[in-house]
Design a protein around this ligand. Structure first.
Ligand SMILES: [Zn+2]
Length: 277
């Protein structure tokens, strides 16, 4: 069934687990995410990266249909929209949540731009996730200048000023592959969770480590974005199969199998398995 993200995350927050937001950019990945969730009886979020699908209106219709027919709760997020136009595109395509990322611009402007889009999205019955602090790209970590950790008091102010529905926080995770060992600031997460009442989101779940992820859920993270590990697992399944001769006809089912296995693993790690109600 299609559900609002805040409705879904309300239970996650209460019970101390996180819902995985899984890369879903086409029919194969969307079906794989839902199949994994149905097998694990887990709620799931389909996460489409900005420009992840070339025909967003068609894709939006398709995943709405998938969500309605799914046996588990499904929410639809259009991730990291970086412009006004892109956010509107996500709303028009039928996502029931858009992520508005202005984490790299100065605070005051960030608030102004996010606030405007929250007002528009809410009028269209769409929810909004935003990010404060900045989760870096490609192996950057908390020590990198590109990253900026979330400041708890600022996070509280930001949520009040913008009226966002969920907040992504920067506590030391990174998008893509990590350079070294991830160093997560659990102390910081605790402080943010004490102040901010909206559900907290962790970006860059891939490569963070099972133990670290499980701990973030216990300390207030309600949604974890996973992309890289799913794709890597799909690729590895293909390589280990070898695809000799007519095995090539199994190309897409094997990719899907690799994706599903890792998605199911994350549902156990995040504690969402068995929580579909
Ligand atoms: Zn992200």
């Amino acid at each position: 069934m299609l559900v609002r993200i805040t409705e879904m995350l309300k239970y996650a927050k209460k019970e101390g687990y996180a819902v995985p937001a899984l890369a879903a950019v086409d029919e194969l990945t969307s079906r794989a995410a839902i199949e994994a969730a149905e097998r694990m009886k887990s709620p799931v979020i389909l996460l489409c990266m900005e420009n992840g699908n070339k025909d967003l209106c068609y894709f939006g219709k398709m995943i709405n249909d998938f969500a309605i027919r799914a046996q588990i709760p499904v929410a639809l997020v259009y991730d990291h929209t970086t412009s006004f136009e892109s956010a509107i595109k996500g709303i028009r395509a039928g996502f029931n949540c858009i992520m508005v990322d202005r984490s790299q611009i100065p605070y005051k402007e960030n608030v102004a731009q996010v606030k405007e889009l929250v007002r528009i999205a809410h009028a269209a019955n769409v929810e909004v996730e935003s990010e404060l602090g900045h989760v870096g790209m490609e192996g950057s970590d908390a020590q990198d200048s590109e990253c900026a950790l979330t400041v708890p008091d600022e996070a509280l102010k930001f949520v009040e000023e913008t009226d966002v529905d969920c907040l992504a926080v920067a506590i030391g995770t990174s998008h893509g592959v990590y350079k070294g060992k991830p160093k997560l600031r659990f102390d910081l997460l605790e402080k943010i969770a004490q102040k901010v009442t909206v559900p907290l989101v962790l970006h860059g779940g891939s490569g963070t480590g099972d133990e670290n992820l499980a701990k973030t859920c216990r300390k207030g993270i309600c949604k974890v974005n996973i992309v890289n590990d799913l794709y890597r697992s799909a690729y590895n399944a293909l390589i280990s199969d070898g695809m000799e001769g007519n095995r090539i006809y199994n190309l897409f089912p094997v990719l899907s199998k690799g994706y599903i296995e890792t998605a199911m693993h994350f549902m156990k790690v995040l504690g969402s398995a068995g929580k579909a109600i």
